[in-house]
Structures are given as structure tokens and as C-alpha cells.
Design a protein around this ligand. Structure first.
Ligand SMILES: Nc1nc2c(ncn2[C@@H]2O[C@H](COP(=O)(O)OP(=O)(O)OP(=O)(O)O)[C@@H](O)[C@H]2O)c(=O)[nH]1
Ligand SMILES: [Mg+2]
Length: 409
């Protein structure tokens, strides 16, 4: 049984390019238009992280990917993306579409916050001349709305819950973890949040409203970290604003993005007009005679104003950074034959798994199959052919054979 695919939530102000980003990353056609609140129902699809495939490092000429894709030595590992309706300031008080629709993102592991870095839409999502709107304000306002979404969920029926935990003498961490499991909250999220807010050891019924708010905001930050996709860098006004943003938020990860450029390139590649892989810093024309002069001009514009200027369209970089930098994940390849790097059908390096840095061989076994985890004996590091124990901490690009007492069904 494959591990559950991590979920990335795409959030932001309305009319900034969330659906364009989603369409570019998944190639699923969704409604895109230059007006607020185009998206109402969430869109769900598969995007990919991109990583050099380990078959290249191992000197193999190919691999036979099953749970992922390998193109030109690049492994593309699937992740789930969800695009939801847009927020506006005051959403937590019900303005616009409110923030209840954010509940669709309860299971998200990480959030991509798409902003209009060209300043071409006001805080309500109405088109304005580029350079007019302030993206620093947008980042603050929307993050506040996302935090208030968490606060609303956590504070609902709080007093009764707090009293009940305090009188029953239940463990506070366990009680909070269980209560918040619907938000995909794990025990370590709660432990870290209590520590960071100084609320450790305090009886829940002594928490003030401000304490509860601090807890909710910190928990959001720890359990659903945000990476910023600074969109519309194809517009000249973006450059100044990127500098301004980086100065205002030195600790945030801010990636320059042109979702529209990525969408155009992915569609052109799909139509066979160009050679281009998501994340590439350039593309190649396949057959110039097939392009209309309008298409050629658009592609030239993208090359000059996006790829050459920013290094890539940024869409792939945002997804990669979300997993590798924000969530600190690595890639490992479980195999059944440690010499040939194959599964029992002879497929070479069929699966690539995204796992948290620090995960052990035993945890990988559980991800592959519960039975393998339960009856784990030892593992073999296929690169070194060495035996490792259950506590072996997996390294990036490890190829691992798991040996268990019970043969996998
Ligand atoms: N210049 C430029 N425009 C873009 C870019 N990405 C999206 N847009 C435009 O921004 C407008 C809004 O795009 P959507 O993807 O519908 O935005 P959204 O955030 O999903 O909007 P709602 O669903 O209404 O909240 C459209 O006119 C897009 O063509 C980009 O990278 N550059
Ligand atoms: Mg949309």
C-alpha cells in the first residue's frame, strides 16, 4: 500500500493566480479569470516534486518508475494539490466567501500562499494598474485570515472542553492532539506549540482568549507552514516588490513565480511545440514552422522576462521548496532486490517515497506495508550492501531493502 500522498493547499487573496498556479502544476483545466471569486468549489489534482533520480547516481541507464515518473534523469514524485476559493480581509468575519471553505484544507501538510507581487489587484481582488497595490500588506492580511481560520476551529466550544480536561486530569497534550486530529495535528505539533507559546503545563481553563489565540496562530505556523509564491513576475512592477517583500519578511521563503508563463510552457510542451520540463531554466523549439507568430512572440517574452530574468517560472521551485526546505523531506527508494535495485517483478527502482528527514528504516517499512513494519527484522542499504537496524536514520536518495519475518502478500 503506497503512503498517503502529502497535501499542499493553495491559498491567497482572491484573483491573484491560485487557479493558474494549480492548472500549471497539474495541467488540469480549471476556470481562470480576472475577477474576484472565480473559484468556489475546491480543485484537487496531482502535481510533482522534481529531484535527480537515483538511477543516474547509481550509473544505471534507466529505471522503471511505478509510483512516480522519470524523464531525462529527473524523478517527478506525485503530491496532492488543492486550490480553494480566495480570501479577502475580514474573511473571518464572513466577508467575501468567508473562511469556512478553508476547512477543505484541514488535512494540508503545507500551504502555498500565492500573492500578486505585481500589485495588479487590490485587497478585494479587483484589477488595478500594476504597481498600485502593496504586496507586503497582502501577505500580512491574508496570513491573519488563515490564522483566524485556525483560531475559529480551535476555539469552538473551548470552555467546555477545557473544563472537562482539567477536571478529568487527562494529559493535556494527548487531549489537545486528539481534539485537533481533524486538522491533521500530530503530537509533536502540540508539544512544540505549547513550548513556543510558554503555555506548557498551564491548566487549560486558565488560558485567556489571547493565550488561546497565540496557541492557534503558533500551531498553524508549525503544523501548516506557509511558503510564498510571489506571482506575476512576468510584469515589470514585480521586481521592486520582490525586494520590498524580502526586506519586510527576511525569515519567510519567498519564491518569484509566473504561473501564467508556466501554464503556457506546459501546454506548449504537451502540444509538442517545445521541449520543456517543469523547473527547467529554458525550452527548445521543436519545429518553428508549427508556431503562429503570436505564439512565437509569447514564448520569446517568457524566455526574456521570466526564464532569463528569474531562472525559471518558479512553479516547480515552490513545490520543491515546500517539501525539501519547509517540510524537510528526503527521497528514498524501497526495493526488494538490493543487488539489482528491483521489485519482485524486476522493475528497477519502481518507487520513490517522500519521507521526513529523521525517519527510520522501520518507519519506511510501515509506509511500504503495515505487515512489513510489524514483522521488520532488518534492512539492507542497497548502495553499500550493509545491514542496518530498525533505528537506522534514512538518508536522502537511500535505496533500501526491508527484510521482514512475514513475506509481503
Ligand atoms: N501577468 C500575470 N497574470 C497572471 C499570472 N497568473 C495568473 N494571472 C492572471 O490573474 C487572473 C486571476 O487568475 P486566477 O488563477 O483565476 O486567480 P485565483 O487566485 O484563482 O482567483 P479566484 O479563484 O477568483 O480567487 C487571471 O486573469 C490570470 O490570467 C501570472 O503569472 N502573470
Ligand atoms: Mg481560482
Amino acid at each position: 500500500m503506497p503512503p498517503p500522498q502529502p497535501l499542499v493547499g493553495i491559498v491567497g487573496k482572491t484573483n491573484v493566480g491560485k487557479s493558474t498556479f494549480f492548472a500549471a502544476a497539474t495541467l488540469i483545466p480549471v476556470e481562470i479569470s480576472n475577477r474576484p471569486f472565480t473559484t468556489i468549489e475546491p480543485n484537487i489534482g496531482i502535481g510533482y516534486v522534481r529531484k535527480k533520480c537515483v538511477h543516474v547516481e547509481l550509473g544505471l541507464s534507466r529505471c522503471d518508475p511505478k509510483n512516480s515518473i522519470c524523464i531525462n534523469g529527473w524523478r517527478f514524485i506525485p503530491v496532492k494539490l488543492m486550490d480553494v476559493a480566495g480570501l479577502i480581509p475580514g474573511a473571518h468575519k464572513g466577508r467575501g466567501l468567508g473562511n469556512k471553505f478553508m476547512d477543505n484544507l484541514r488535512q494540508a501538510d503545507v500551504l502555498i500562499h500565492v500573492i500578486d507581487v505585481a500589485g495588479a489587484t487590490d485587497l478585494e481582488g479587483n484589477p488595478v494598474p500594476p504597481g498600485t497595490s502593496d504586496p507586503v500588506e497582502e501577505v500580512k492580511q491574508i496570513e491573519y485570515e488563515v490564522n483566524e481560520w485556525f483560531y475559529r476551529i480551535i476555539s469552538s466550544d473551548w470552555d467546555r472542553f477545557a473544563k472537562q480536561v482539567d477536571t478529568s486530569g487527562r494529559d493535556i497534550v494527548d487531549a489537545l492532539t486528539q481534539r485537533l486530529s481533524g486538522l491533521s495535528i500530530r503530537k509533536w505539533h502540540v508539544v512544540e506549540t505549547l513550548r513556543a507559546t510558554g503555555l506548557e503545563g498551564r491548566k487549560l481553563s486558565t488560558w485567556s482568549k489571547d493565550d488561546l489565540r497565540d496557541f492557534a496562530y503558533k500551531l498553524r505556523e508549525i503544523s501548516k507552514p506557509i511558503i510564498i509564491a510571489a506571482n506575476k513576475v512576468d510584469l515589470p512592477q514585480a521586481e521592486e516588490n520582490i525586494k520590498k517583500l524580502r526586506k519586510a519578511f527576511p525569515d519567510k521563503i519567498i519564491v518569484p513565480v509566473s504561473a501564467e508563463a508556466e501554464l503556457a510552457l506546459r501546454r506548449a510542451a504537451k502540444a509538442g511545440l517545445i521541449e520543456y520540463l517543469p523547473g527547467d531554466s529554458d525550452f527548445k523549439l521543436v519545429d518553428e514552422s508549427k508556431l503562429t507568430s503570436k505564439q512565437k512572440k509569447a514564448l520569446e517574452y517568457i524566455r526574456e522576462h521570466v526564464l532569463m530574468k528569474w531562472g525559471s517560472t518558479g512553479v516547480q521551485e515552490v513545490i520543491n521548496k515546500a517539501f525539501f526546505d519547509v517540510l524537510n523531506m528526503i527521497v528514498v527508494y524501497p526495493v526488494e532486490d538490493a543487488n539489482k535495485y528491483t521489485d519482485h517483478h524486476g522493475n528497477i527502482l519502481p518507487d520513490a517515497y517522500l519521507v521526513k528527514k529523521g525517519a527510520t528504516a522501520r518507519e519506511l517499512a510501515y509506509m511500504v506495508h503495515t505487515d512489513l513494519g510489524k514483522s521488520f527484522l532488518y534492512a539492507i542499504n542497497a548502495k553499500t550492501k550493509q545491514r542496518v537496524g530498525e533505528d537506522y536514520v534514512l538518508q536522502d536518495n537511500d535505496v533500501i531493502k526491508i527484510v521482514a519475518a512475514l513475506a509481503k502478500k
